[in-house]
Write a protein that binds this ligand. Structure first.
Ligand code: ATP
Ligand code: MG
Length: 432
């Protein structure tokens, strides 16, 4: 017979192995670091210009960053900071290299969500975050999933639950309860309603003292920050049910949205949410905070089946929120409206008849909500996963160049479309 103790023992063994893998992958610093990018990549893939044009511009202006030349190498290799400096200083054929960002607006937010496990959510979230950073955007990623795939792949594996979405939600409960008590106790209300009291188990966690920035961790990418997750954050699903009981008027679904509203509007350009494979408190917070809903789905029938259930369940859950009777802060509309909703096929094989048939079914049924460019199935993702990296982080010399290029091209096309969707959504957002 086996008990929880056996499970704990098995987990301890596995953690040892994980530590070993991280050690091998990230040594000698034991910390994830970001590689440099070759002048070929910078020109062709990042600035989308001719390598010789860029070389000419660099040679003509000694004040521009120089990059580094590797031993026995001919190319120059640039850090992301250097690439961003070039982006700010250079114009090519009168074209600015800065990505579009409407002035006077907060960062635009996208939730990558589906309750189908393994649909490719974390892979898409990671690759879009990296593609956006290479595109010149400042990105905040929020890991809503206690599996913490996104956090681990961004190099954050030692995370305590207070600084996850759980902490954000519990802190919001405390703050919202205080706000309601203040209004109820205030002269204008007539003070007829009872004051709500939260137990020390909630108020004693030290969350009230945390600042918004305490939840945000830097990553190995200088322009990507992360609100991480960890396995213990899974308990937020139990805890939130209790929190709602403690204060039934608490709009639990708007906690993360309220939190993000306290971040200065200009601090980031894009905020990307990786969601858990479930509809629960965490994913409802993600979806409620999002301007754009991006739904990845595998190309098989059962994935289509599951995606269909997901949008049905989500629709019901959102309709329920619309009937929320608790006291919302002014300006919060419980009827959630997205600027856009998109389905994105993942692990797609262009030569597979079944996949192509599913693709046309998606187009037929969900038009115009289907992303034109699916993400293709590629061995490069499996290979890069082994190095705890995205395809963008992998040095193309570490695998067959053609495999790398094809994989990167597929993510690039999907990202370009994602960016267009976000920029359109941005226009619809109100000015700050
Ligand atoms: N385009 C792709 N090509 C090859 N393998 C892929 C691709 N996209 C995802 N995978 C693999 O599929 C598996 C599931 O992907 P991922 O973790 O992104 O899914 P998920 O939806 O986040 O899963 P979960 O529901 O558990 O959070 C991973 O092993 C990943 O490496
Ligand atoms: Mg995931």
């Amino acid at each position: 017979m086996f008990t929880y103790a056996d499970l704990a023992k098995l987990q301890a063994q596995s953690l040892k192995m994980q530590g070993h893998i991280r050690h091998q992958t990230y040594s000698p610093e034991m910390e994830k670091t970001l590689r440099r990018f070759s002048s070929w990549e910078v020109a062709e893939l990042i600035f989308k210009t001719n390598p010789s044009t860029l070389r000419g511009r660099l040679a003509a202006d000694p004040s521009l960053p120089e990059g580094q030349v590797e031993e026995e190498g001919r190319q120059r290799w640039y850090s992301l900071e250097e690439i961003n400096e070039l982006r700010r200083k250079l114009k090519i054929k009168n074209r600015s290299l800065m990505p579009p960002r409407p002035a006077g607006k907060r960062a635009v937010r996208a939730a990558i969500a589906n309750f189908k496990g393994g649909a490719g959510k974390s892979t898409v979230a990671l690759h879009f975050a990296h593609a956006a950073a290479l595109d010149g955007y400042r990105v905040l990623a929020v890991d809503f999933d206690p599996q913490a795939t996104l956090s681990h792949s961004m190099g954050l594996s030692d995370v305590s639950e207070e600084v996850t979405v759980w902490g954000i939600m519990a802190r919001d409960l405390i703050r919202e309860t205080e706000r309601m008590n203040a209004v109820q106790g205030g002269a204008e209300s007539g003070a007829t309603l009872p004051q709500r009291k939260l137990p020390a188990s909630v108020t004693g966690m030290g969350l009230s003292e945390l600042r918004a920035t305490d939840f945000i961790k830097p990553t190995s990418w200088p322009t990507i920050d992360l609100v991480p997750s960890c396995a213990n954050a899974a308990f937020v699903e139990f805890a939130s049910a209790q929190y709602r009981h403690l204060n039934p008027e608490w709009s639990f679904f708007a906690a993360v949205s309220r939190y993000l509203d306290t971040i200065p509007p200009d601090a980031y350009d894009l905020i990307i949410f990786d969601c858990p494979p479930a509809i629960g408190y965490q994913s409802m917070n993600a979806v409620f905070a999002a301007d754009v809903l991006y739904i990845p789905s595998g190309p098989g029938y059962w994935e289509y089946d599951s995606t269909t259930s997901f949008i049905g369940q989500l629709s019901e859950a959102l309709e329920d929120l619309g009937r929320f009777r608790g006291r919302l802060p002014t300006g919060t509309d419980p009827v959630k409206a997205f600027a856009d909703i998109k389905f994105l096929l993942t692990r797609f094989e262009p030569n597979n008849d079944l996949h192509r048939a599913m693709q046309s079914a998606f187009h037929q049924v969900f038009k115009p909500h289907v992303a034109e460019h699916p993400i293709e199935m590629t061995r490069a993702v499996e290979q890069s996963g082994r190095f705890l990296s995205s395809i963008y982080e992998m040095d193309y010399r570490q695998m067959t160049r053609e495999t790398w290029r094809r994989a990167r091209a597929s993510f690039d096309r999907a990202y370009d479309e994602f960016r267009t969707t976000l920029v359109d959504a941005w226009d619809k957002l109100e000015d700050e």
